[in-house]
Write a protein that binds this ligand. Structure first.
Ligand SMILES: [Fe+2]
Length: 277
């Protein structure tokens, strides 16, 4: 096995692991890598939908997305499509997936199907490191607080992407949940800064003005480049990220004359998480 670190902060590209092997031994190896690097990438993995699901199921029960419709044959697989002429793509600002759910996603396994020749990289930021390096005064103010995460941040997503379909079940209603701002990782015991620009709206038990100011500072801090890594996709790459301890940003750098004019397709499977504590 070969491990190439993507940055000093997090992320690794792994060679020499076959993702079709779902033996307990191989899954333990993958999970250990995931906990160590927080986001891991495996290039040239030709796996079909069943194999994608079989791999994901080893990490826990699969979830269906609150707002986005899955594939007809595989409702747990959301096909993320950016059309040739679209400049935006799903997930293009800092977030952790569905943090507005009572039990936000544990991990996501994303498989690249079609990748543009230029543009469409994804960035990840290490929220364990973000907590460690956060200003002490802010830490003191927020360490025992909770914040409201609202699904409203996601609402515009579905309607904006012409090749993606909403899941009519929820009828696009807004809902929200409260989570500790600093959560403890259930497997490593490490502290994690668990807020994000897209879904976190307010700190509970603080006046709105102070909450807005502190959240703004935190959002700036957690997106500092020295906390991040950036990955340039190739087709048939499988990415697994620990959605509890990273935030991510799908860069929509598709401009006329450069980057625009290409379709980008990803298949996403999410694994159920637990109540953040
Ligand atoms: Fe996402």
């Amino acid at each position: 096995m070969e491990t190439k670190l993507l940055s000093g902060a997090l992320g690794a590209e792994i060679k020499g692991i076959n993702l079709k092997d779902t033996s307990d031994k191989n899954i333990k190896k993958i999970n250990d890598l995931l906990l160590e690097h927080k986001v891991i990438f495996f290039r040239d993995q030709i796996i079909n939908a069943e194999e994608h699901k079989a791999l994901a199921e080893k990490f826990g029960p699969l979830e269906t997305h609150a707002y986005v419709k899955g594939l007809d044959d595989h409702p747990e697989i959301v096909r993320i499509i950016k059309a040739e002429d679209e400049q935006n793509q799903w997930g293009e600002n800092w977030h952790s997936d569905v943090s507005y759910n009572a039990k936000p996603t544990k991990a996501v396994i994303l498989k690249s199907i079609k990748i543009p020749p230029v543009g469409g990289d994804t960035c990840f930021s290490n929220m364990e490191l973000a907590w460690e390096t956060l200003d002490e005064e802010i830490k003191e103010k927020i360490k025992d607080k909770k914040a409201i995460h609202s699904s409203l941040g996601a609402e515009f997503f579905i309607e904006s992407y012409k090749k993606m379909e909403g899941n009519k079940k929820r009828n696009y209603d807004e809902y929200s949940n409260e989570h500790p701002i600093v959560r403890t990782h259930p497997e490593t015991g490490k502290k994690i800064l668990f807020v994000n620009w897209t879904y976190t709206k307010e700190i509970i038990g603080m006046d709105k003005k102070e909450s807005d100011e502190i959240l703004k500072k935190i959002f700036e801090h957690q997106s500092r480049l020295e906390l991040t890594c950036r990955f340039t996709w190739t087709e048939n790459t499988v990415c697994i990220w620990d959605n509890r301890s990273v935030i991510h940003f799908a860069i929509a750098d598709f401009y006329p004359g450069r980057g625009l004019g290409h379709e980008r397709i990803m298949d996403r499977i999410a694994i159920e998480g637990d109540h953040p504590v």
